[in-house]
Design a protein around this ligand. Structure first.
Ligand code: C2E
Ligand code: CA
Ligand code: CA
Ligand code: CA
Length: 279
């Protein structure tokens, strides 16, 4: 019929067609990137309130041969839709554990824990706990050195299943951090049930902590919450000395942000670490 003919014509809208082709091309490129070793982990230091390095967060980058370094927000959504996040997540976990194993031979790095971001799809896998324990065992590391960052939405999607997995991981010794805390809809009753080691105050609260009283109150409340639940509190996105001082004053034990270092390649991260030791 005429109408369906028109629909077909609309389907072949050249702009839309180009967008679909670009997506398919990017998916193929990303698959190849994983196989050809174009994915990188960058490392961002996490410090205690006297500025000593205590851990790091591993952050994914795609070193594209033509387009340069691509940040995760430009390819992780596609990776999640296509399922590529599963092999990518596996690579991230394996690479992080390999790095922890190497650090055991370095007196300046031996004490560091390493945080890895886990996507919702990865966490939902039935064998997620085994994937983690297998990676730890493959590299013969102490599970206490590995920290998994889960977002509020990941954990609250299917809370009972999440608690089962988190309890098993905690029992095994792996550390658990709740990422982007304060942005989701976690209620106190949920928080109480989650076997967490750390909550991570989202950078949206840190940004205006010195100028917006509402954000300052939020930060203080989250720090108190952590103290009462005996969970470590870390603030992310700390960019200025003023923010650092305010967070110190509010009793925030751990901090991360450009003020201390941007996420950097491993060589640079280790150089920073050794420099810090000499000072
Ligand atoms: P996230 O886990 O909330 O990570 C924090 C983001 O804030 C990182 O962006 C980091 O580079 C950035 N950041 C750190 N300090 C500052 C600061 O002082 N100021 C500002 N403005 N930003 C700061 P990045 O590296 O682009 O990562 C973005 C997101 O991509 C991450 O957000 C995380 O959700 C996701 N991601 C990164 N690596 C992985 C991974 O290996 N697996 C999965 N599933 N997701 C990842
Ligand atoms: Ca994170
Ligand atoms: Ca975060
Ligand atoms: Ca975030």
């Amino acid at each position: 019929a005429k109408n369906s003919g028109r629909d077909v014509i609309r389907f072949f809208d050249p702009d839309m067609q180009a967008a679909i082709e670009a997506r398919v091309a990017m998916e193929e490129e990303l698959r190849a990137a994983l196989e050809n070793g174009q994915l990188r982990l960058y490392y961002q230091v996490q410090v205690d309130n006297s500025r000593h390095a205590q851990s790091a967060e591993a952050l994914l980058r795609w070193a594209h041969p033509r387009r340069g370094l691509i940040p995760p927000m430009q390819f992780i959504p596609l990776a999640e839709e296509t399922g590529l996040i599963l092999p990518i997540g596996h690579w991230v976990l394996d690479t992080a554990c390999a790095q922890l194993a190497k650090w055991q031979a370095d007196p300046a790095a031996r004490h560091l824990t390493l945080a890895v971001n886990v996507s919702a799809k990865q966490f939902r896998q039935e064998d997620f706990v085994q994937q983690v324990t297998a990676a730890v065992e493959r590299h013969g590391i102490n599970p206490l050195l590995l920290k998994l960052e889960l977002t509020e939405s990941t954990v609250l999607e299917n809370t009972d299943d999440a608690i089962t997995k988190m309890s098993a991981l905690k029992e095994y010794g792996v550390k658990l951090s709740l990422d982007d805390f304060g942005t989701g809809y976690s209620s106190l009753s949920h928080l109480k049930r989650l076997p967490l080691d750390q909550i991570k105050i989202d950078q949206s609260f840190v940004r205006d902590v010195t100028t917006d009283n509402g954000d300052a109150v939020m930060v203080m409340t989250m720090v108190d919450l952590g103290m009462n639940f005996e969970v470590e509190v870390i603030a992310e996105g700390v960019e200025t000395e003023e923010q650092f001082k305010a967070l110190q004053r509010y009793g925030c034990a751990s901090l991360q942000g450009y003020l201390f270092s941007k996420p950097v390649p491993i060589e640079q991260f280790e150089a920073l670490l050794h420099q810090g030791k000499r000072r």
